[in-house]
Design a protein around this ligand. Structure first.
Ligand code: DLL
Length: 432
């Protein structure tokens, strides 16, 4: 039996969905043009006015927005309403320089929570479920989004946040959690601890809703087996709203996009040209119903394939495949979005050369980061004690910048292999 939260939307005919998207897009473009001078300038530069946008067929006349625009316009430049009308801010885990700040009205929070409620319902959630939300709460969108969705469904919501594994497992057993929401890597850690502590017979989990970072089908099979659940993928990004931009259903062949709120396109990441359904490309979103922070044609850098094949769950919403990578060099380490250039900034700013390598791994289901950087010839004559002191100092600076701990290893000048083509800055050994 299929379970829906808003079946009238989730099963809407393509014709009706297109009509709804046309209407919302036209009024959204007017709203943004009128209230966001930053985007108005981009439209003016491209020679396009709101009158040129009559339907979703005109979408590609609009200029793209990128993370750079978000940085340029930080913090209020893309806000489309007076601050008095905004009630919430969420932000990406990242650093001050690269932080994305997103704003919400009460209406925006409502629709975001609806999206998350659809995701939980698609995983079989009802008011009879106990939903343990073990994504981080606070600025990160994971906790608040799934928490709100679970409330909307009427499920008993456990706002656990991440960490404190013993307490997580105690609540899971004592309160009979049936749906677990967390990152797939944390789910693996929990699964392993459950196995080690012999708690498998005491848990009542039936489903997991895992996202915010890449995971593979092998990982899904492992999690389903170890926890005795069905594991569902969920996707989203702070810029667009947070989790629930798309969600997986029982068919587990990709994530249905909440198209009444977000129009998806795929483009060639190099040329920016639109790609047909079925072709792998960068996914671009246009928010058609949000009020406070309605990004139009936002380039996510996430690579996937869109499809509109009939789905056995009965939903008609377009599906995006599991993510196949990114078109930039962003890494997600322990849930934190990390750009190698940020680490380079710290290194160069601390007097080191830009010859460095980032080695990412996953040990006991938790990500590790090692930063290897060459000493300059002058530093190389330092004593071992002085080098250790330098490593500590650099480790602290990186921690300050990224908010996550890294191991720093200083190596001899020219010890890092030079590449003949692009420098190999990142070695990602995570097998996920
Ligand atoms: O990660 C929102 C979220 C919270 C999604 C909880 C799902 C569950 P950000 O911190 O802004 O937002 O990071 C967004 O994370 O552009 C993707 O590269 C990556 N990402 C998100 N979901 C998935 C997923 C949240 N299911 C960035 N699979 C996105 C792979 C994902 N990568």
């Amino acid at each position: 039996m299929q379970n829906y939260y808003q079946p009238n939307i989730e099963r809407m005919s393509r014709e009706d969905m297109t009509a709804l998207q046309n209407e919302r897009l036209v009024s959204q473009v007017k709203h943004v043009y009128k209230n966001v001078p930053y985007y108005r300038d981009l439209m003016n530069k491209k020679g396009v006015t709101p009158d040129d946008i009559k339907s979703i067929d005109d979408l590609n006349k609009l200029p793209f927005l990128t993370k750079n625009d978000l940085r340029d316009a930080y913090p209020y430049g893309l806000l489309a309403i007076p601050t008095d009308d905004a009630v919430r801010i969420q932000s990406t885990s990242g650093t001050t320089g690269k932080r994305v700040v997103a704003f919400y009205t009460q209406h925006d929070i409502d629709l975001w929570e609806d999206c998350c409620a659809r995701a939980i319902a698609a995983a079989g959630g009802t008011k009879s479920d106990v939903v343990q939300v073990s994504y981080g709460y606070g600025l990160f969108t994971g906790g608040p989004g799934l928490n709100g969705g679970s409330h909307k469904l009427g499920s008993l919501t456990l706002p656990m946040s991440s960490g404190f594994t013993d307490r997580q497992l105690q609540f899971m057993c004592d309160l009979g959690t049936t749906i677990l929401c967390c990152t797939p890597s944390y789910a693996e850690f929990l699964a392993e601890t459950i196995e080690e502590t012999g708690l498998r017979d005491k848990i009542k989990l039936k489903a997991g809703i895992f996202g915010a970072e890449a995971w593979s089908n092998e990982m899904r099979v492992r999690l389903e087996d170890k926890l005795g659940i069905k594991a569902y993928d969920i996707y989203g990004l702070t810029e667009i709203t947070g989790p629930g931009v798309s969600f997986e259903c029982s068919e587990q062949t990709g994530m249905h996009i909440n198209e009444d709120h977000f129009i998806a396109e795929t483009i060639d990441p190099v040329t920016g040209e639109n790609l047909p359904l079925g072709e792998k490309g960068e996914i671009v979103f246009t928010c058609i119903s949000k009020q406070a922070f309605p990004l139009l044609r936002y380039r996510t850098r996430d690579i996937c394939v869109l499809s509109r094949d009939e789905c056995s769950c009965g939903r008609t919403l377009t599906k995006m495949s599991r993510l196949m990578g990114r078109s930039d060099d962003m890494l997600i380490i322990k849930g934190v979005n990390v750009f190698p250039s940020q680490i380079e900034e710290v290194l160069v700013g601390s007097g080191y050369s830009a010859n460095y390598q980032l080695i990412v791994d996953r040990v006991k289901h938790s990500d590790t980061l090692e930063v290897r950087v060459e000493l300059t010839p002058e530093m190389f004559s330092d004593t071992v004690k002085a080098v250790e002191g330098r490593e500590r100092e650099l480790r602290d600076r990186i921690k300050n910048m990224l908010g996550i701990a890294a191991k720093v290893t200083l190596v001899a000048p020219k010890a890092i292999t030079r590449s003949e083509g692009k420098a190999v800055r990142v070695i990602d050994n995570r097998k996920i």
